[in-house]
Ligand binder design. Sequence first.
Ligand code: HEM
Length: 446
Amino acid sequence: MAIDAAPTRTLPFLRKLTRHARIPVNAFEEAGTQANGDLVRLHMGPFRPYLVTHPDHVQHVLARNQPNYVREGMFWDPLAPLLGEGILSDGDSWAESRRILQPLFTAKYVNSLAERMAEIITELIDETVVPGRPFDVAKGVSAIVHPTIVRLFFGAKISVADINRLVPAYDVAVTAKAIRLVMPFVPDQFPMPGDQPFKKAIKAIDEVVYPRIRQARMTDGEGDDVVSRLVKAREDIAGAEGERRIRDDLVAMHGASTETSATALTWAWPVLQAYPQVAAKLYEEVERVVGDDPVTTSHLPDLVYLRMFVQELLRLYPPGWILPRKALQKDVVGGVTVEAGSTVMLSPYLTHRLPRFWDRPLEFDPERFAPGEERSHRYAYWPFGAGPHVCLGQHLFMMEAPLLIAGILRKYRPVVHHDGPVTPRLASSLRPVAGLSMTLVPVERR
Ligand code: HEM
């Protein structure tokens, strides 16, 4: 069949990147504004990825013609030693992992994890927050989110020493390759800063994860943590091969859940400071629904505004801000030919800011997500991805986020020490500027 395609518009991108060297997200934002939903190519020297932002095109790449767009290529390959051949790979090994993992994430299991999560988060807030003393926002959030996920995934048996090894190792592993994300044209063989720390981090992760898997296998996956569930689900594959598959899925899931959750929750505080009316509504709701009590999953259905707040947070600051794919075959998207073998970059960050689909796109307004509000397009909002690869942890996160935010707000008010707007910085996920600090001030109750 002859395919009619319009000539592709190419935007000079290297110059933008140089101009926005400190905040590369801004280079993408500028390109997104210029593209205004059209499918364009970004000129990055020899490397010219396609930029996909229009919801119709997102739907095409992630859902309708998904098998043609695989997680391979310059972005994914450097991460392969961390993620292995499981749920964050593609093709047959991904399909096999998805078949095993999806049934684990039933509503019943996710609810039971959330109940446990509520207890852990309450404990960790009590342990880590020092009222009135300034702290680094990203580190403070991470000190709650990372151990929470580790304890949920590995169960009560994981030692404090192992938690203390895993948490920083993951932090390094998921961020060390960030530089390659904005410089994907640098071949993998060419050493870049971050390569050595990345290797060391994987070694540290494996030294904790493998023994825990073996231990769970010896007790036939008894227990309700994620490792035990995985061990049970993979009973059919014995020996080292089975261990490796469990490791790949576990490590990939862990990586997918900690960095994303911690990043999203780091944005909550500068946003509350920048939008006092939103903050006032949220404080009122938490006070009314939770009051003095520890937050539990039973509060969640009544924390309606908090849920809207989290959805809006993920609209403006989706942690997985860029999703790269490789096109296996030539295709036509939005009238533009996509060459076989080329890289396609999708970005919820840019789709979520398209004026064609969002009124006042740069304004933080949770009311967009008020119950009954209609979405302009099903694929105009996709912080958790879409299609067959859609996030397996979205429901867990939509419980984790209110538990943590309400857990803090029931006792404290945040004061962020920063003048002017808080901007994103270079990382594989959309983190706020480094060194952002805040103080939590105890709520005065009459
Ligand atoms: C704010 C929190 C989160 C965000 C924004 C997020 C975002 C995403 C996105 C965009 C994808 C699609 C990746 C792609 O298409 O290449 C994805 C996939 C995935 N997420 Fe999440 N995620 C979050 C939390 C979690 C949590 C808590 C878990 C824990 C279980 C998790 C597990 C996964 C897994 C396993 C996949 C791969 C699914 C597949 O390819 O079949 N995520 N996530």
